[in-house]
Ligand binder design. Structure first.
Ligand code: NAD
Ligand code: TYD
Length: 369
């Protein structure tokens, strides 16, 4: 497949999926330029980009997507022709306790980017451009156990303030194509897991809590279902959409990999038990882990109050991206979760500094001018 050179603005590049995208893109297309923009909220971590900091094709800008003049200037000065928009407030639990930031960043922030893109690309006649908006399957709401998985035609029925803010941003993106002719695409992806995921989300939280001997909180009955996808497989899907996807189209991305929360927690527990059995070094490194007192990780499972408005099931039908663009996930859940556990074991300082609250200071000292 012929690759047309791009100069990318990647928003939210210091977050979980955005930083993995930057690593993926620079290794896939060496020499192509990326301007990484991030406001470095609690979820943004400059340390996620350490390995590319000295790459001449990479520039980091500390800034907010809501700052339309900054974005406009960046698009112009850096001659950017592609925006890959990850920046968002992304955690459902936080959206329940404080929805304002979600509406501001996810809706107004997305609109700010669209306004800048319109000014620089449409008003000055830049024909070859793309605005790719990264969204979520949560915009479709919840499924009952026997309902077919979400297709791109599924009605939008968002239930949490997070999902509603993402749904709103999807509609605004779409309107900028229909009204002004901006070349937009949208992807709606299922739950991701992998390296650099902030340990407030289920899988990294479970890994870190097992290693520290802390409770593994299971909301409600733990039988809610999510469709899990390894982060690089999400980013390969975005890459295909940017290169081959049809403008004004939405593509669902998913792994056909549905798990109940309790099963995913138990599988992660089992894999960590195996690590303790396989190596004595684990006990020395993680003295508080239950395996050191002859217990299994599962002994830490603790049922807690359910999340308000908790969606029961998400499942993605990814046949459109697969038939049209040849998409297929490369990782099975077994290979992906093992890689993820390896990464958290190899990067203990990264998550420990987040868990103990000292990471901001660490980033300022080591990663910021
Ligand atoms: P994340 O919370 O790990 O990262 C978000 C990043 O955006 C952070 O680096 C943060 O500093 C930055 N950011 C927040 N507000 C900003 C602002 N106003 N200006 C500039 N930067 C800002 O999130 P993630 O899990 O990497 O998700 C990335 C995108 O993918 C989001 O749009 C999310 O809705 C979508 N998504 C996530 C998942 C998932 O499972 N994590 C699944 C599907 C879609
Ligand atoms: P999460 O990782 O927050 O992703 P999302 O809410 O976007 O799906 O949660 C995944 C599932 O795990 C969700 O059903 C809520 C549940 N969950 C728990 O049971 N306990 C926890 O501590 C967390 C963070 C999530």
């Amino acid at each position: 497949m012929k690759h047309i050179p791009t100069t990318l603005l990647v928003t939210g590049a210091a977050g979980f999926i955005g930083s993995n995208f930057v690593h993926y893109w620079l290794s896939q297309y060496p020499g192509e330029s990326i301007v990484a923009l991030d406001a470095l909220t609690y979820a943004g971590n400059r340390a996620n980009l350490t390995s590319v900091e000295n790459n001449p094709a990479f520039t980091f800008v500390h800034g907010d997507i809501i700052d339309t003049p900054l974005i406009t200037q960046l698009l112009k000065d850096e001659q950017i022709n592609t925006i890959v928009h990850f920046a968002a407030e992304s955690h459902v639990d936080r959206s329940i306790h404080g929805p304002d930031a979600f509406l501001k960043t996810n809706i107004e922030g997305t609109h700010s980017l669209l306004k800048a893109a319109k000014t620089i690309w449409l008003d000055t006649g830049v024909k070859k451009h793309r605005f790719h908006h990264v969204s979520t399957d949560e915009v479709y709401g919840t499924l009952s156990p026997d309902e077919p998985a979400f297709t791109e035609q599924h009605q939008y029925l968002p239930n949490s303030p997070y999902a509603a803010s993402k749904a709103s941003s999807d509609h605004i993106v779409r309107s900028y194509h229909h009204t002004y002719g901006l070349n937009t695409t949208i992807s709606n992806c299922s739950n991701n897991y992998g390296s650099y995921q902030f340990p407030e989300k289920l899988i990294p939280l479970i890994i870190a809590n097992i290693l520290d001997g802390k409770a593994l909180p299971i909301y409600g009955d733990g039988k809610q279902i999510r469709d899990w996808l390894y982060v690089d497989d999400h980013n390969r899907g975005i890459d295909l959409i940017i290169r081959k996807g049809r403008v004004d189209n939405t593509y669902n991305i998913g792994g056909d990999n549905e798990w109940t929360n309790i099963d995913i927690v138990k599988r992660t527990c089992g894999l960590l038990d195996d690590r303790f059995e396989a190596s004595e070094k684990m006990a020395a490194r993680f003295p508080k882990a239950p395996q050191n007192s002859g217990k299994k990780a599962e002994s830490l499972i603790t049922y807690v109050d359910d999340r308000l408005g908790h969606d029961r099931r998400y499942a993605i039908n990814a046949s459109k991206i697969s038939t049209e663009l040849g998409y297929e996930p490369l990782e099975s859940f077994e290979t992906g979760i093992r890689k993820t556990i390896d990464w958290y074991l190899a990067n203990e300082e990264w998550w420990r500094r987040i868990m103990d609250g000292s990471y901001r200071e660490w980033i300022l000292q080591n990663y910021c001018d």
